[in-house]
Design a protein around this ligand. Structure first.
Ligand SMILES: [Zn+2]
Ligand SMILES: [Zn+2]
Length: 447
């Protein structure tokens, strides 16, 4: 039975679940209203914090940071602030340079980390608070992604995005007046990140069927509540009504909480995120300005759902033939050469990941093929239940968001490489790996 979840039910929640696990989140406070910033001094007093360290960039300082500083100053709270320079084009990357700047200005007597921003600034603050052992508060400036309250931070190290452990915020403060003035591309990115859940929830279930991976129905339902909220807000988002901005923000927060409950990004990230990360890496290699996370995820979602739509129509593969060809797939030396071509300086990490995960080993492929054969009808029904790629594309288009990788400057070679090799980025089973397993991925690369 479908159950709807609200944030109030789940703030600071800790519960034993039917899935056999305990779920908990330390995210316990959300102040999401007009003039929410004025409540910061009282929040700090309640937490007994006196010397916050503020992190923002030039954009978020203008949008909100200056006001935060004025409010803290008026309340007699001494703070230190680092304002990172926003690039003229694109988004600030969460890399060694940005994190280095944040660390070098960190005063030893700080007793709290506050990020003022959404994507990168939030990731930097969550990781800093984790390594310093301090608590973390997020002042949200745009509802553009669902990582806002998650317990992991994706950062770029040696041109590769790596998921680091991080502190989920203790509290999130969002002024609806400021949030509703966020650029439309950030709002549509928030929608894109959530639309991705249609795909990654399907990927998660797929892995439960093929690999017996852990799956939790409650977390799925929390994620579905996040999707429902976002879809409701998307209809009229262009009008920037505070109630829609609130609904979208709540959808993103719910999604972040679902990740926290799962203890990993599994319920929120599948093939659509791998495609997004893949394109991001290619942008980094080529020095092309970054594109917002949720924008790329929206594009990856349309691509991944198209693959599910194809799977929904497929005849049962000839499993006998597939089993007989297992020892030749893939040729290890040829695969490593391809990894070096595609992933360049990131190739050692990718090759190392496969050495540990052994997804290409004949035994593992045979095991997966047996499971896919035994559950073929169930897998096809799962694919048939996924939304049509065109439906999702329409929602994004209605918000003026791109739906195809070439619209954000992805080279056609990278699109084909992404379909073939984005799966190598993480040891996480998705539609991309399934199609490779049944030897149907190659023919999809030019779709
Ligand atoms: Zn559970
Ligand atoms: Zn995301």
């Amino acid at each position: 039975m479908k159950q709807s979840y609200t944030i109030d039910q789940l703030l600071g929640a800790s519960f034993s679940c039917n899935c056999g696990r305990e779920h908990s989140t330390c995210f316990s406070r959300m102040i999401l209203e007009e003039d929410a910033l004025t409540k910061l001094p009282a929040l700090l007093a309640e937490l007994e914090r006196r010397h916050p360290y503020l992190i923002c960039d030039t954009h978020t300082y203008d949008a909100c940071g200056r006001q935060v500083c004025e409010i803290l100053y008026a309340a007699g709270i001494t703070y230190t602030i680092t304002i990172l320079e926003s690039p003229a084009v694109g988004d600030l990357p969460a890399d060694e340079e940005a994190f280095g700047r944040v660390c070098m200005a960190f005063p030893k007597d700080s007793d709290l980390v506050i990020s003022i921003g959404s994507g990168t600034i939030n990731d930097l603050g969550r990781y800093l608070s984790y390594i310093t052992g301090l608590e973390f508060i997020l002042v949200l400036t745009a509802p553009s992604m669902d990582g806002c309250v998650s317990g992991v931070a994706p950062l770029i190290q040696n041109h590769i995005k790596i998921t680091f452990p991080a502190h989920a915020p203790l509290a999130m403060v969002g002024d609806l007046k400021i949030l509703s003035q966020a650029p439309m591309k950030m709002l549509s990115a928030g929608v894109g990140d959530i639309l991705g859940k249609y795909n990654c929830l399907t990927d998660w279930k797929l892995s439960a069927i093929v690999n017996g991976e852990y799956y939790c129905e409650t977390i799925e339902q929390i994620m579905r509540s996040a999707i429902d909220k976002t879809m409701a807000a998307a209809q009229t988002l262009r009008q920037r009504r505070p109630e829609d901005i609130r609904t979208l923000t709540e959808g993103l927060v719910l999604s972040g909480m679902a990740m926290d409950f799962a203890g990993s990004s599994r319920p929120a990230s599948g093939a659509e995120h791998h495609l997004s990360h893949f394109f991001e890496m290619m942008f980094l290699f080529d020095g092309i300005p970054a594109v917002l996370h949720g924008t790329k995820v929206g594009i990856g979602t349309v691509m991944a759902l198209r693959l599910y739509n194809e799977l929904a129509k497929m005849e049962k593969p000839d499993f006998e033939k597939l089993r007989n060809s297992v020892s030749a797939r893939p040729d290890q030396a040829a695969w490593e050469t391809e990894m070096k071509r595609v992933y360049r300086e990131g190739a050692p990490m990718i090759i190392d990941l496969e050495r540990k995960a052994k997804r290409n080993s004949p035994e593992n492929l045979l095991r997966r093929l047996s499971a896919i054969e035994a559950h073929w009808e169930e897998i096809r029904a799962l694919a048939q239940a996924a939304p049509r790629a065109e439906e999702i594309a329409q929602v994004l288009e209605s918000l003026g968001a791109p739906t195809r990788p070439e619209q954000v400057g992805v080279d056609p070679t990278y699109i084909a490489d992404g379909i073939l090799y984005a799966k190598e980025l993480r040891d996480r089973y998705t539609i991309l790996q399934l199609l490779w397993d049944i030897d149907r991925l190659e023919e999809m690369k030019d779709m």
